[in-house]
Design a protein around this ligand. Structure first.
Ligand code: ACO
Length: 427
């Protein structure tokens, strides 16, 4: 049987071209041969927002948006959330397989022994205004880390890359906790290396006068699950930013600051903060019908609903709903949950949302949990950035090792003024 191909006839010239079909795609560069005449640049594709363009091959995360499936390295996220710790999943995402006992011990040791940040980082963070948004502080501080590790720009060296990967995964909870303590005017708390990744994070966030802070095991476990669910999500806006910036061979701290900035936006990781603001504004389940009417009239979006890829229930949202119940056993029920549940129920029965296949995404319930844990809304995107660090770094590493990748440089269709001369000026 012949290789699968696509025949295109250029009606401008009458010429036909056979383009190879591989993995359900044709290569955009194969279109370049299609020319009106020898002078012609050749055909390109026009795909604003990259709606139908695969920019990479990736072996990290699989999503089937129609079926609501999410897998890391082939494992369903439900199984990973049920049986693994975040650090195991981080290892899986980065290295392709779950660690054996010895590998996990070494990995955990490495991560827990890079949690400290240079004292100058503390000084730098103290310079932010008392009410600076934690995500702004997070992004800037991650970027500043590049100045502490100037050798990190040697991105072609695998050993060097691994050192920065460990540093970043280890240090992001410390930076995140410091942004919170800074907003609260509280002394920064140093990491404790014998706690788990999430246990240590809770310690750095919430330790007050107690000589030894013992994290609540339910909250520690819930956070671990939330971190697993947020660890990677293939070629989303921030992963794409990480790859695009990293493709210039800049150091991973600078690239990751850009990825975190992409995450900050309300249409991406900033959505969890917006969901909470929305639920607080709705205030009472009886106000939901009016709110939904407003959304349908284009007065705003139902934040935490809809996804570019999922046209079915986001599998992460399903798991998060379960985690919420466990957390509320400890913290008490967040009254916003009732509004969220009712909002979901009404939206899922409404023709507007049904016809557009709009379902709750990961952000719809995560903020309610974080709020119950005592986190302010502004911290929510930071809570997303901590685990997503793993995904960004795995995507970055895969991009660097991919011989097909080059500096990311899309084309444009120029629609501006054609060449013109400056008007004559006096003198
Ligand atoms: N509320 C109301 N209407 C919506 C929503 C929403 N949350 N999301 C999409 N729609 C509507 C759009 O207005 C559009 O309607 P139209 O066809 O009548 O014009 C239709 O559904 C299709 O939406 P698009 O904007 O084309 O979908 P796109 O794939 O570009 O956007 C996105 C996806 C950005 C996530 C969008 O659904 C959205 O803004 N959701 C709210 C923000 C949010 O929750 N973001 C978090 C995403 S998950 C994550 O990043 C972790």
């Amino acid at each position: 049987m012949s290789e699968p191909s696509l025949t295109i006839t250029d009606n401008r010239t009458g010429k036909s071209y056979a383009l190879a079909i591989e993995d359900g795609t044709v290569r955009a560069m194969d279109l370049r041969q299609i020319k009106r005449d020898a002078e012609d640049f050749g055909l390109m594709t026009y795909d604003p927002a990259l709606m139908n363009t695969a920019a990479t091959k990736s072996a990290i995360t699989f999503i089937d948006g129609d079926k609501g499936i999410l897998e890391y390295r082939g494992y369903p996220v439900e199984q990973l959330a049920d049986k693994c710790t975040f650090l195991e999943v981080a290892y899986l995402i980065l290295f392709g397989d779950l660690p054996n006992e010895q590998q996990l011990r070494a990995w955990t040791y490495d991560i827990t022994h890079h949690t400290f940040v240079h004292e100058n980082i503390k000084t730098l963070m103290q310079a932010f205004r008392y009410n600076a948004h934690p995500m702004g502080m997070f992004i800037s501080t991650v970027a500043a880390l590049s100045t502490f590790y100037p050798d990190a720009n040697n991105v072609g060296d695998a050993e060097n890359r691994l050192a920065q990967i460990k540093r970043l995964i280890a240090k992001v909870p410390t930076i995140a906790a410091y942004t919170y303590r800074h907003n609260r005017g509280l002394r920064y708390i140093y990491p404790v290396n014998d706690l788990s990744y999430t246990g240590n994070f809770l310690h750095m966030m919430f330790k007050m006068t107690d000589a030894k802070y013992t994290p609540n095991p339910t909250l520690e476990h819930a956070l671990d699950i939330l971190f697993i669910l947020h660890a990677d999500h293939e070629q989303n806006c921030s992963a794409n930013a990480m790859r695009a910036i990293g493709s210039s061979c800049v150091d991973p701290y600078s690239a990751m600051a850009g990825a975190a900035a992409a995450l900050y936006g309300p249409l991406h990781g900033g959505a969890n903060e917006e969901v909470l603001k929305m639920l607080s504004r709705i205030d009472n389940p009886r106000n939901i019908p009016d709110f939904i009417k407003g959304v349908k009239n284009g007065e705003g979006k139902l934040m935490g609903f809809g996804h570019r890829v999922y046209k079915n229930y986001d599998p992460r949202a399903r798991i998060i709903k379960r985690v919420a119940d466990e957390v509320f056993e400890v913290t008490g029920r967040n009254r916003l949950l009732d509004i969220a549940l009712e909002l979901e129920r009404i939206a899922l029965e409404d023709e507007y949302f049904i016809s557009r296949k709009l379902y709750p995404n990961v952000d719809f319930y995560s903020g309610i949990i974080y709020q119950a844990m005592g986190l302010p809304e502004a911290m929510f995107p930071v809570m997303f950035a901590i685990p997503r660090t793993v995904g960004w770094l795995a995507q970055w590493q895969e991009m660097i090792n991919d011989p097909e990748q080059k500096i990311a440089r899309p084309r444009q269709i120029y629609i501006g003024q054609s060449r013109r001369d400056l008007p004559k000026r006096k003198g």
